[in-house]
Design a protein around this ligand. Structure first.
Ligand SMILES: [Zn+2]
Length: 268
């Protein structure tokens, strides 16, 4: 049995912003038919509202930079172009054209980005892009983030699917200083790769130095199929808070990387 549009009409009066929980709870009710009329589901609605009242409330934090002119780019990457192709005034509808490299802005890297024959984004299950995240405060760190930084978090990390490194560098987004960022140490990346961590994220443009051709951190992580999310923002707000991260890439066939709308879901 599947939920129908009718069922969502029933819930449209809710003032909370938690549709995933609504969907989850509705999905558990086999009595709701796809062709149910509004009056058929009213008794179910009464039950649902009592369940929803006790459901946890969430806040969503945007961890993504907008795609816009003037954004920071890896050397050699062209600036994205957003063109107005049609307008309501001339054509009766508005349509814009976006031209950009896939590794631009807040995006996710798949192993195939660096490793010949490596896994591509559409070979990962959707669940790979959602999980528990712990954000480590690296704002007072040197130019390289090493193993000592994670020592204090060892107890929390055991349970995490994603580790996010907050360097505070997103404040320099769009300025030359953004390119002079702290990197991860290869030892730290090896430590991550030895665990069951599915992804790492950072508020910088790369885990490796900008001038690196060896891309050691990328390679160490990608050999274990650890996803890398680059150019995050707003990590300061979730330091030390256990959150869920959602970082679904746009659905591009056989992509070695793609822009994501990275979001943290915080339980209130
Ligand atoms: Zn990338």
């Amino acid at each position: 049995m599947h939920c129908s549009a009718n069922i969502f009409i029933v819930c449209s009066g809710r003032t909370t912003n938690d549709p995933p929980s609504v969907g989850l709870i509705l999905g558990r009710r086999p009595c709701l038919q796809a062709d149910a009329k509004l009056w058929d589901v009213v008794p179910a609605y009464c039950l649902l509202t009592s369940e929803l009242k006790s459901a946890p409330m969430h806040r969503y934090l945007d961890l993504s930079h907008p795609i816009a002119s003037g954004m920071s780019l890896y050397p050699g990457t062209p600036m994205p172009r957003i063109e107005q192709i049609h307008s309501v005034e001339k054509d009766g509808y508005s349509e814009q054209k976006l031209t950009m490299h896939l590794h631009t802005g807040t995006h996710i890297d798949a192993p195939g980005h660096i490793i010949q024959g490596g896994k591509l984004l559409d070979e990962y299950s959707l669940g790979s892009f959602h999980g528990k995240a712990i954000t480590i405060d690296c704002r007072n760190n040197a130019s390289e983030i090493g193993l000592s930084v994670v020592a204090a978090y060892e107890g929390f990390i055991g349970d995490a699917d994603f580790i996010l490194f907050c360097t505070g560098w997103s404040q320099y987004w769009g300025t030359p200083k953004y390119m002079d960022y702290p990197v991860l140490s290869p030892d730290l990346c090896r430590w991550i790769a030895e665990r069951t961590i599915r992804g790492v994220g950072m508020d910088t443009i790369s885990p490796d130095p900008i001038e690196s051709e060896a891309l050691n951190c990328h390679k160490i992580l990608m050999m274990k199929e650890v996803l890398i999310i680059e150019n995050l923002t707003g990590l300061e707000e979730i330091i030390d808070k256990p959150v869920e991260i959602l970082c679904f890439p746009i659905a591009v066939k056989s992509a070695d990387g793609a822009p994501v709308r990275a979001v943290a879901r915080v339980i209130l």
